[in-house]
Design a protein around this ligand. Structure first.
Ligand SMILES: Nc1nc2c(ncn2[C@@H]2O[C@H](COP(=O)(O)OP(=O)(O)OP(=O)(O)O)[C@@H](O)[C@H]2O)c(=O)[nH]1
Ligand SMILES: [Mg+2]
Length: 236
């Protein structure tokens, strides 16, 4: 009898914990806008703030081709973002809205796919457009968002990444550093190279709350990343 009771308790605890698991509802991500001008960004700010949903969200930022769109698809469901064949393709601020379950409640948040930086073939004019868009974007939204700074785990902290972190470090934003494509680190030597970099990364990216090691391809590390994102979004 007692055994049966404990078995029931253990089983029901297990069910409760899986029910209460926070998650991003896959496939719930809806494309809202692609903003390419400063005016469009300003106008969207009003909608964002007056939204009946929480004016909070996450922004994805990283060099061209590090796998920003692939990570979006892995976290939010296949087909959410376009994966580029040509690096540097995402030129606009692309905005989605997505649904979550947090502590058994459904909540909606915004997702911002920001234009990539540091691509060699980008002209001076494009670079200056990127800068203007980012200056305005950060001014209007940075206090409401968690930034995922994405880098390629094989080549972290490249010159363009260093320029970015210098640009962002006094912004006071909330951020995670996410090293993607860890599936491409095949040999022990490659893995050790990355391990050796961790103290440097921790120091240089101390504005980031955490460093995550993930693969959009193999899905490794994504569960932990998703949990951590939701923990931040559910903070008041
Ligand atoms: N092996 C591997 N390949 C990946 C991973 N993530 C992305 N890729 C590949 O890297 C390339 C670029 O991926 P995207 O997701 O388009 O990169 P992006 O950062 O959005 O690129 P832009 O929008 O051009 O700035 C694609 O060929 C992806 O299939 C990963 O975790 N592992
Ligand atoms: Mg992209």
């Amino acid at each position: 009898m007692l055994m049966t009771f404990f078995f029931y308790l253990a089983k029901s605890n297990c069910d409760i914990s899986s029910l209460m698991k926070n998650n991003i509802i896959k496939g719930s991500c809806d494309f809202k806008f692609a903003l390419s001008s400063l005016d469009q960004i300003k106008n969207f700010r009003n909608e964002f703030i007056s939204s009946s949903d929480k004016p909070k969200g996450i922004a994805i930022l990283g060099r061209s081709n590090v796998g920003k769109s692939s990570l979006i698809n892995a976290l939010f469901g296949k087909g959410t973002a376009r994966i580029s064949k040509t690096p540097g393709r995402t030129r606009e601020v692309i905005i989605f809205k997505f649904q979550t379950t947090i502590n058994e409640n459904k909540s909606a948040f915004f997702l911002f796919d920001l234009p990539g930086y540091g691509h060699a073939k980008v002209s001076k004019a494009m670079l200056s457009d990127w800068q203007k868009i980012m200056d305005l974007f950060l001014r209007l939204f940075s206090d409401k968002l968690l930034f995922l700074l994405i880098q390629d785990a094989r080549h972290p902290n490249m010159e363009a990444d260093q320029q970015l972190i210098n640009y962002l470090k006094n912004s006071g934003m909330d951020a995670f550093l996410v090293l993607n494509k860890i599936d491409k680190l095949k040999t022990q030597k490659e893995k050790n190279e990355l391990k050796k970099m961790i103290p440097t990364l921790s120091k240089k990216y101390k504005m980031c709350r955490q460093i995550y090691f993930v693969s959009a391809e193999s899905k490794s590390g994504l569960e932990l990343l998703e949990e951590s994102i939701l923990a931040i979004l559910s903070e008041n």
